[in-house]
Structure formats: C-alpha cells, structure tokens
Design a protein around this ligand. Structure first.
Ligand code: SF4
Ligand code: SF4
Length: 403
C-alpha cells in the first residue's frame, strides 16, 4: 500500500449535473445516502488516521485534495478549520511536505473564495472542457443551462487574484484539438490537466484511434509552442518515453474519504456500478491500511499495478501505458482483466511521442540528456531549431515506432 493523496469529499452534492459525471450519472446512486457535507467533528479523526498511516508509510509529499460534488458548496470556514488542525502533522512529520488543492467546477468562485484559497494556500483546479461549445455539451446545471460563462468569470478572477490559472479538462473530440488548444492557451492557462473521459468497455462510445489521432494533433501543437502550459498527461508520457525516474503518480496513489467518513477507493470506479467503491470502513473505526484486507483494496493497491491482462503483459509500451486506468479496463463480463478502452489510442500517442523525441532530441541517448526529466528535456527542446529535422535519424525513428 502506498498512497500520497487523500481526496476529501467535503460535499456530496453539486450545483451542476454534468452528463458524464461518475458521481451521479454513470450507474451509482450511493451519493443519495451520504450527508450533504463533511462535518467539522470528523477533522481530528481524519488527521489521526493520516498520522497513523504516515508513521508506517512515510512519504515525501502528502496532498489533501478537497473534492465533491462541488466543494465550494461547503461553508468557507471549513477549510481554515481543517488546515489549522492539520498543522499538527507538520510538527509530527517535519520531513514530509503537506500540500492542499481543490477541484471545483468554478461556478461559485468569487472574491471571497479567491481570498480563502490564497490565505490557506489551497491550489485550485477548475473544470473547463475547452470552448463554450465543448464545455456546455456536457457541463450543464440542473436546468440544462451550460456553465461555461460562469466558469470563465471564475477563472479570470483567479488569474487576477492568485496570478495563475489551472484547468482540468475532459478531452472532447467533438471539438478539434487545435480549437481546444488555442482556446485554453488564450485564457493564459498555466496548467491544463487533460483527462480521458471515464467510460468502461460496456459504455465506450468512440471509434478506436479517434482519441489517439486527436491527442497526436494536440501534442504537436503543445510541443511546438514555446509558451506551452504544463499538461501533466503529456509531461508524464514524455517523461516515461524518455525513461526518466519521475514518471508521475499512479492512480492507486489516492484514497477517498466520503462526507460521512467512509474510506473508499478512487471515485472514478463508481462508473463500474452501484456502490462499487464501498468498503464498509470508516475513519471512526478503521485505519487506512485496513482497506488492503478487502478484495477491492487488493485490486486497487496491488492488482492494478501488478496484475495486468495477458495483452498488456506482452505489450511493447506497457512500461509507459501501464495498462491504463482501472475504470477504463472494466467490463461487466470479466472485471478488470482487459486492456484499456483507450489501448489503440495509447499506442498511437506513445509511439508518436517516441518518434517526436527522436526527431527533436536525437542525442537523447547521450548520458547528459538521458538523465534529464521531461521538464528539462522540454526546456532543451525550446533551444532547438524545430525546422532542422534530420533524415539521418530515420532508422532510429523506425526502430522506436511500435505501430
Ligand atoms: S461539476 Fe463535477 S461533481 Fe458536479 S456534476 Fe459536474 S462532474 Fe459531477
Ligand atoms: S497500450 Fe494497450 S496493451 Fe499496451 S499496456 Fe496499454 S492498454 Fe495494455
């Protein structure tokens, strides 16, 4: 067991009703039994469980992510109370860095909220799926009105008050990659966390390779843009292609606490069916490590990384793709014993990045280059003349191509 991010579901309801939401619209209605908000009296119990965990499983960085539903529905005072009480962890574990972030739909962001985030150093990620057309296609309120205009107001306010914008963007291939990229960068986004839409093998709506081709177009725009934002999806893949030690966090590095204190696996698994993430464990009665005794905990913390399907085990890019996220492997018929629904897309984008790196950094096998991480490599790429591609590296390119 090794997780370094605790997702705190501080609100179980939402002011939006996005059609692709795994909380409400993908087959799990267990939110109805949850209290609407996390109560303050649970804070000491959560912190005690974190302390017990970290004493046994020390981490370099431990992150608290405030989440929902919509976390900005809870009273603003909750955040100060939580973070003040969590100070004890810093004293107890001086070698661990504690961070706070929040994932919000952005509709309720106002000056007061910006001040709360600034004061308590809570890093906000705001959901925005690209253009108004792409965003409002899925992200509507309970009256079916699109939320784009309100989100943009919130983002502009955050940029002004906090000096940066961090966007979480579910990929939408109904909009072109170029339009999406141009729009998100026009907002001066510093950080764009692109996410593959959460479907299972039973609900996957796309043609094979459609997402992969979209990703390739997006990657080329990104890599050619000297002012590119951080895109963790691309940074992570590029890192992994380059063999860097820093390969990003695995999905199983997070655990969820529901509004009533229940301990659960990552919430995207709600898309696998009714009450799929339930453990019947609660911070009042259980330590985090107890989850590993359950089949779900074993699946989540061990099997998801160690037991891949036969096709993944044989795959030439398994070290980079890692079999994809758990929810993307799920099929009612045989559980998780499948490649990702994005398998062909991942092969396309990974082989494209391999080829791109060989084009841009043919000297990547020099010791000095191969020790760089993706950020350093990208800085290095910025110094290159992108027009000067070398025919002479064609053989290498073909060798590294896996399709
Ligand atoms: S904003 Fe988030 S939690 Fe709310 S409905 Fe949309 S995806 Fe679900
Ligand atoms: S690319 Fe496909 S086969 Fe290869 S590891 Fe990923 S999901 Fe598995």
């Amino acid at each position: 067991m090794n997780f370094n991010r605790l997702v705190l579901k501080v609100a179980s309801r939402c002011n939006l009703n996005c059609s692709y939401c795994f909380m409400y619209n993908l087959g799990d209605s267990s939110f109805r039994n949850q209290p609407k908000f996390m109560k303050e009296h649970m804070i000491p119990e959560i912190i005690t469980r974190v302390a017990n965990y970290l004493a046994e499983y020390p981490q370099e960085i431990f992150t608290f992510t405030f989440h929902g539903g919509e976390p900005l529905l809870i009273d603003k005072s909750f955040f100060g109370k939580f973070i003040t009480q969590a100070e004890v962890l810093k004293e107890q574990f001086p070698d661990i860095t504690f961070e706070y972030n929040i994932q919000t739909n952005g509709v309720l962001i106002d000056v007061e909220w910006a001040e709360v985030l600034r004061k308590w150093k809570i890093f906000p990620g705001v959901s925005l799926d690209g253009t108004k057309k792409a965003h409002d296609m899925y992200r509507k309120d309970h009256k079916e009105n699109g939320s784009y205009d309100d989100v943009i107001k919130g983002l502009k306010l955050l940029k002004y008050r906090l000096g940066f914008v961090s966007v979480i963007s579910v990929m939408n291939i109904d909009e072109t990659a170029k339009t999406t990229y141009d729009h998100l960068t026009s907002l001066s986004s510093d950080y764009v966390n692109f996410l593959l839409p959460d479907y299972t093998h039973d609900s996957f709506p796309y043609e094979p390779k459609a997402m992969g081709n979209w990703l390739i177009e997006l990657y080329d725009l990104w890599i050619a843009d000297a002012n590119r934002p951080i895109i963790p999806f691309f940074n992570g893949l590029t890192n992994a292609v380059l063999g860097s030690a820093k390969k990003g966090r695995h999905e199983a590095h997070a655990l969820v606490i529901e509004t009533n204190g229940d301990i659960e696996a990552i919430d995207s698994l709600k898309g696998c069916g009714e009450s799929f993430t339930k453990t019947n464990m609660n911070v009042n009665t259980h330590d985090f490590k107890d989850i590993i005794k359950l089949p779900l905990g074993k699946l989540y913390f061990e099997d998801s990384t160690e037991k891949l399907c036969a096709q993944c085990v044989e795959c030439p890019v398994v070290a980079i793709c890692k079999g994809g996220r758990l929810v993307h492997r799920y099929k009612k018929e045989n559980g998780f014993n499948n490649p990702s629904i994005y398998c062909e897309d991942m092969i396309l984008i990974i082989s494209h990045i391999q080829n791109k790196m060989m084009e841009l950094v043919p000297s990547m096998y020099d010791d000095s280059i191969s020790k760089m991480d993706a950020t350093e490599i990208i800085e290095y790429i910025n110094t290159l003349d992108l027009g000067a591609m070398k025919e002479t590296y064609k053989e290498d390119l073909e060798f590294f191509s896996v399709v």
